[in-house]
Design a protein around this ligand. Sequence first.
Ligand code: NAD
Length: 460
Amino acid sequence: MPPRLEYSKAMLSNRRHFLQTSVAAGLAGPLAAQENAAQGKKVAANDRIQIATIGVGGMGTGDTKSSLAVPGVELIAISDVYDGRRERAKEVWGKDVFTTRYYREVLARKDINAVIVATPDHWHSRICIDAMNAGKDVYCEKPMVQRIDDGKPVVAAQEKTGRIMQVGSQRVSSIVYQKAKDLLKDGAIGELNMVEAWWDRNSANGAWQYSIPPDASEETIDWDRFLGRAPKVPFDAVRLFRWRNYRDYGTGVAGDLFVHLFSGMHFITGAIGPARVYATGGLRFWKDGRDVPDVMLGLYDYTATERHPAFNLMLRVNFVDGAGESSGFRFVGSEGIMTIDRGVTVSKQPRETEPGYSIETFPKAMQEKFLAQYRRQYPKPAANADSIRPQSEDKYLPPPGYSDHLDHHRNFIAAVRSRKPVVEDPVFGFRAAGPALLSNVSYFENKVCSWDPKTMTMKS
Ligand SMILES: NC(=O)c1ccc[n+]([C@@H]2O[C@H](COP(=O)([O-])OP(=O)(O)OC[C@H]3O[C@@H](n4cnc5c(N)ncnc54)[C@H](O)[C@@H]3O)[C@@H](O)[C@H]2O)c1
């Protein structure tokens, strides 16, 4: 299965310089660094970082590949509850890779510096806390936690142990998002008042109907280990291979996809989270036994902070979009709109210089009187070249082949080496996961939720 990158700072100062001096048509920056990674730059022995991956399905495989593309990273071990995935890991990374069904055997090894946690969501907090307590640095896939109550214990474990922990929303390391952040800060769209973001899909795989291997059985799968804290249910391969469809293991479209949109938007605006959350939607098409909606809309109120004015956020996921698949952002400001898809586009149209009038329903004499007064105040300018209002659209595209996912792993490995903090740490990760999970609370409990983004606490 190809890694389903759901697309996506510590941006270096020279990168910032590079971005600013690059031509508007193309974002440049880490390409050279990515090329170095591909060429396998020589790394001193004490700079080697030995990693393990826990959960080596679609994303665990993608994460491991991106991590190994960073010079000096070596894969030591793999843990997965399904035998076929461990067998595949040996096919891809060699027979010497240690494999086990039980992740604690990975954590017990002294030769591992960092672990990638890419299991289903219901295991994230437990494994991250165990890993940090075992002295490992952690790259944890998004959403950082499956339940609101899981968030603070992960934050506390990171603070107590001092380990590096980065959450896996790769947009936070993207040069495209860094460019959007710079543009917003430099006033490219004036004062922000609204953000819209969406993720629409129209395919079985897009709606999480992933393939199930013919040998899936209680012999090849450690079923109890998969279930973990989830309710005990009889073996059912669908629940493992399509775990996103069930609230016992996943977090619905909000935890799977809204969380990326929160992470990217928080990075760009410096916001830390909404005060109010309301979500609605329904299960409209993919009625395959799932207990989560396939269409969801979320509305979020962000109050003003010293980093941004008050604004509203609208999020949408639609797995039944008959016209195709797309994902993007619109940042709406008083002076323009910034959209993000593959790159960033800033569109502007200056306001009319006169207010205009609506006088058709006035008596004729009143219309004439109004117009005479109006034209005294706003004399009609002669049409000439100077009176044509400029409409502008500036596009910034990343270089071909650019991967924010690789940059996200580069940033993680750099932090593991330098011991300097990452941007997408557990606090950042929880501030993105919290409102995503509250969207589910709002949807399932049919209520508007209040959230304190500073203390990361649900108020109602
Ligand atoms: N950053 C992104 O763009 C992105 C993209 C896809 C998935 N993800 C995230 O990655 C995580 C994994 O998603 P996926 O699509 O790879 O799922 P997946 O089902 O393909 O892989 C999960 C793997 O974890 C294994 N597993 C389950 N319980 C385990 C346990 N207790 N110990 C060890 N292994 C266990 C499963 O057998 C499976 O192989 C999820 O949290 C998901 O949200 C992130």
